[in-house]
Write a protein that binds this ligand. Structure first.
Ligand code: XMP
Length: 513
């Protein structure tokens, strides 16, 4: 990890996207808080610095401002949106409130083709804007290099100092060639090679894990989800039989889930896998409980108890491995109105109590989810695991409204299998964020053959999302919906009606509980 780009976060909802785009160019990137001292940034030996966008105005009294010495490090700087306004403000230009907010699609016309940022790009580009303030005077040494309909300083440069500013967002998909602009910055301007690949990372991570762990034992809670699965495979490669994976069956898993985990990790990878079948215990504790929060708390506590007892049985271990990802460790800059504030309070019920005396091994903590998936493939994990849709820790319980009884689990498990099967057959399963069945507590009248039925309703949910924070419902084709409904009603005993959930998030949540 020699070369890296440091990104200063001023609270933009796109900061992580910038970091991901840079990494997609095979250059490592790190996000730091906007007020990180310049000396600390210098110590990171960045090849370049990117100033993110942000919701503030540079002239607002509480505007987030960087250490001004970052402009004296002799390192190329790219300011994006709020970042370009900062650049201007700090270096002697002028920023004012724009007459018109510039929001949405725009056309960028490049005036100076010799600007390194636009190398190999056409003269005219579609870009995405989102700003109210406007640069009205350039700092000394700067030249405009591109314009939009509404902005004569849409792209600016100080070629001698290698300072650049973009008023639009090159990182978002609505700027279709934006990634090439960022690639021009990191390779062309900053001179970075293409060293950040998961193959390189794998070798380095194995070394680091061995150095941290030595000959000690490591325990990992394997859920079968992408993160813990990749962490398990990586640790196994690094330390083999020093790793014990604990898999807890809470009775709320989908069909065949426990089998797949045992097959892949136990039989194929030959990992030490401790299988804890605690189904009866969880279902006993959930008996008669219908309140969603209570259900989640019961499941969370039971998990901790079962896991703790299991670690004792696994023998003395010094380390506990976790599949923590980079977005979990970035110190986020709070943004007013950020949807993150709206997340359900009950996430990550699998969290372990502080009193468990382990040291942590977190081999994925520098990676984004897309990178974890690539690493999983590099490690030889099957597609079914690497591209698995997210599945909540409390499992089917949050998709069974009302009481979670063994028979209702069975109904949902059968309906869910049909949804997964048909979504896979349609080719949509791996293209969308999540698709699943929900069992409602309402019964309604139907007729099957000559008989009147009075059975439960299944709701089908399919959503598109980037990170689970917001989501749109997916317009599944009618023939697929028809097949799903017909199969569920015909094949799942206890169900006589199917409905399709057309709620987005917000105002709905993805899971029903
Ligand atoms: P909601 O329902 O809050 O879900 O819109 C957002 C995303 O988070 C997943 N989810 C969970 N994941 N433990 C988890 O690990 C949980 O308790 C939990 N609850 C919801 C959900 O499946 C969706 O992807």
């Amino acid at each position: 990890m020699n070369e890296q780009i440091v990104i200063l976060d001023f609270g933009s909802q796109y900061t992580q996207v910038i970091a991901r785009r840079v990494r997609e160019c095979n250059v490592y990137s790190t996000i730091v808080h906007f007020n990180t001292p310049a000396a600390q940034i210098a110590a990171m030996k960045p090849s370049g610095i990117i100033l993110s966008g942000g919701p503030s105005s540079v002239y607002a009294p509480k505007a987030p401002l960087p250490d001004k010495n970052i402009f004296n490090l002799g390192v190329p700087v790219l300011g994006i949106c709020f970042g370009v306004q900062l650049l201007a403000q700090f270096l002697g230009g002028k920023v004012e409130k724009g007459q018109k907010r510039e929001y949405g699609k725009g056309t960028l016309t490049i005036k100076d083709k010799s600007c390194a940022l636009f190398s190999q790009l056409p003269k005219s580009l579609q870009v995405w804007n989102s700003h109210g303030d406007k640069l009205t005077k350039l700092p000394n040494g700067f030249k405009p290099v591109a314009v939009t309909e509404n902005s004569e300083y849409a792209a600016i440069e100080n070629r001698a100092k290698k300072f650049f500013g973009l008023q639009f967002h090159p990182e978002v998909v609505h700027t279709p060639r934006g990634k090439e602009i960022l690639a021009n910055f990191v390779h062309g301007v900053c001179g970075c090679g293409k060293n950040w690949t998961m193959r390189n990372y794998l070798e380095q991570a194995v070394e680091e894990i061995r150095a941290q762990v030595g000959r000690e034992k490591v325990i990992l809670g394997l859920s079968g989800g992408v993160d813990s699965s990749v962490a398990a495979a990586l640790l196994h490669k690094a330390i083999g039989s020093q790793l014990t994976c604990i898999f807890v069956n809470n009775g709320l898993l989908r069909a065949r889930e426990a089998d797949v985990v045992q097959e892949v990790f136990g039989r194929n990878f030959k990992m030490k896998l401790q299988y804890e079948n605690a189904s009866a215990l969880f279902l006993k504790k959930l008996k008669g409980v219908t309140d969603p929060e209570t259900k989640r708390k019961i499941i969370g506590r039971a998990f901790v108890d079962v896991f703790q007892a299991a670690t004792k049985r696994a023998g003395q271990a010094k380390f506990l491995a976790q599949g923590t990802l980079y977005p979990d460790v970035i110190e986020s800059v709070p943004i007013a109105g950020n949807p993150a504030a709206l997340i359900k309070s009950h996430h990550n019920v699998g969290g372990l109590p502080k009193n468990m005396k382990f040291q942590l091994v977190e081999p994925l903590k520098n990676l984004f989810k897309d990178e974890v998936r690539l690493l999983g493939l590099e490690l030889g994990l099957p597609k079914e695991i690497v591209w698995r849709q997210p599945f909540p820790g409390p499992g089917l319980a949050v998709r069974i409204l009302g009481e979670v009884s063994p028979s209702r689990c069975e109904i949902l498990r059968n309906a869910d299998s049909i949804v997964v099967e048909e979504m896979k057959a349609s080719g949509l399963y791996y293209k969308i964020w999540q698709s699943f069945a929900v069992l409602l507590p309402v019964r309604s009248v139907g007729v099957m053959g000559d008989e009147r039925t009075y059975d439960y309703t299944i709701a089908i949910r399919a959503v598109e999302s980037q990170d689970g924070m917001t989501a749109d419902w997916v317009k599944l084709p009618y023939d697929l919906l028809e097949k799903l409904a017909s199969r569920i009603i015909n094949e799942v005993k206890g169900v006589n009606r199917c409905v399709f959930d057309i709620t987005s998030k917000p105002p709905g949540t993805i899971e029903w509980e």
